[in-house]
Design a protein around this ligand. Structure first.
Ligand SMILES: *Cc1c(COP(=O)(O)O)cnc(C)c1O
Length: 416
């Protein structure tokens, strides 16, 4: 099938949940995607932060081949070696002690919310004064299933499906006074992303994160950090909260966890884990032999190739180059991020949207989030030369945009 045939068939057959770009990919290699005409695209989005090792990495390809011959799925009724092997690696790297495996980000987040409600119930039965309320943050994004969407800030994601799960209050982002005002013993958990992803690559302040930890400790409520986008090495540390020295009670991982194979994980402390017993929560597919084996291979490859340090270095270089652009082009009003989670905020939503299309014409894939924010979530194997390619293209587009804006305002003067 060709692009036009696929487009027509999808328009007729699929629920219209996506507004896809008209490119039809058939392959990938390293940091590049390849379309049906053989055109190569520099991928600075990596399947929304998923393809940490890029495309066709031998560790992933070989593990899938080997593990698919051995065993793909058995359910959670029996043992296989993958969950324990992966759990050892994840607990060592997150500072948490127990793991539940699932299939996606939103499913991991649901697990975290259920854990918080159940744990608060256990603590109440032991005499503690703890309610059932969640405090989430404005601009948060935690996924699309009912619990996750209920704790996601944007009204447009929740409103068509009302009523959503009750008991969620939103705190103004990085507003310590608002957090204090909304916190009480009614709260069972404070929900944060150390660096908000969909919300526009916005880091928590140290003050806010520390205060959230202290408030939670004051009542026994949980601090839950969603690391689905920022976690697993993207920011140069295994978890973004490690940049702050704040340890959450629960965290969630997914996007890059198994390098492109669907896998999610909820991690928690031993103390929180004591609420779970057999039959209380579960999944058919979660933590299957294939996904776990690939995740183990991804972690081992990241370490062997020194990709956390690499993400820090190339990410710093990326931000430095973006700052040079910001100095040259008024349209760029902020540059921020950590490691290879990078953003450039523009002064106009129309321009940000147009940039994505213009970059695509130059065979570079980027994304726009939160209306005005150009977001870069490249594979961790990105090199400086790829950054230079992207910066040169951005520079050219900003220059053209400024020239045409100047011509328009000139025209405006001439014709009154
Ligand atoms: C993508 C994302 C999710 C949802 O993950 P899915 O796999 O799409 O369900 C949740 N939280 C954060 C921070 C995310 O970036």
């Amino acid at each position: 099938m060709k692009l036009e045939e696929v487009r027509a068939a999808e328009a007729r057959l699929l629920l219209s949940t996506y507004d896809r770009s008209p490119i039809f990919f058939t392959g990938g290699e390293g940091v590049h995607l390849i379309d049906e005409r053989g055109e190569r695209y520099l991928d600075l989005l990596s399947g929304i932060g998923v393809n940490a090792l890029g495309y066709g990495h031998p560790a992933i390809v070989e593990t899938i081949a080997r593990q698919s011959r051995a065993l793909i799925h058995i359910s959670n009724l029996y043992y296989h070696q993958g969950q324990a092997e992966l759990a050892v690696r994840l607990t060592e790297r997150t500072g948490l002690e127990r793991v539940f495996f699932c299939n996606s980000g939103t499913e991991a987040w649901e697990g975290a919310l259920k854990l918080a409600r159940a744990y608060a119930g256990l603590r109440r039965s032991e005499g503690a004064k703890l309610g059932t309320k969640f405090l989430a943050l404005e601009q948060s994004f935690h996924g699309r299933t009912f619990g996750s969407v209920s704790t996601t800030y944007k009204e447009k994601y929740r409103e068509p499906f009302a009523p959503v799960v009750p008991g969620v209050d939103f705190v103004r982002f990085n507003d310590v006074a608002d957090l204090r005002a909304k916190f009480s013993s009614e709260v069972c958990a404070i929900l944060v992303e150390a660096i908000q992803g969909e919300g526009g690559v916005r880091p928590l302040t140290q003050e806010f994160f520390t205060e959230a930890r202290q408030l939670a400790d004051s009542t026994g409520a949980l601090l839950i950090a969603d690391e689905i986008q920022a976690g697993m090495g993207r920011t140069g540390k295994w978890c973004a909260y490690q940049h702050y020295g704040v340890q959450p009670d629960v965290t969630t991982l997914a996007k890059p966890l198994a390098g492109g194979i669907p896998l999610g994980a909820v991690l928690c402390s031993e103390e929180v884990a004591r609420v779970m017993h057999a039959g209380m929560h579960g999944t058919t597919f979660g933590g299957g032999p294939l996904a776990c084996a690939v995740a183990v291979a991804v972690i081992d490859a990241m370490e062997k190739e020194g990709l956390l340090a690499h993400a820090t270095q190339v990410g710093d270089y990326f931000q430095q180059r973006l700052r040079q652009l910001a100095a040259r082009h008024e349209a760029v009003i902020d540059v921020r991020g950590k490691g290879l989670m990078v953003a450039a905020e523009l002064d106009s939503a129309d321009l940000a949207k147009a940039m994505v299309g213009e970059m695509m014409k130059r065979n570079i894939l980027i994304n726009c989030t939160s209306d005005t924010v150009l977001r870069f979530l490249p594979p961790y194997i990105l090199e400086r030369e790829h950054v230079d390619t992207a910066i040169a293209a951005l520079d050219e587009i900003f220059t053209e945009h400024a020239a045409s804006a100047a011509a328009r305002s000139q025209g405006g003067h001439t014709h009154g």
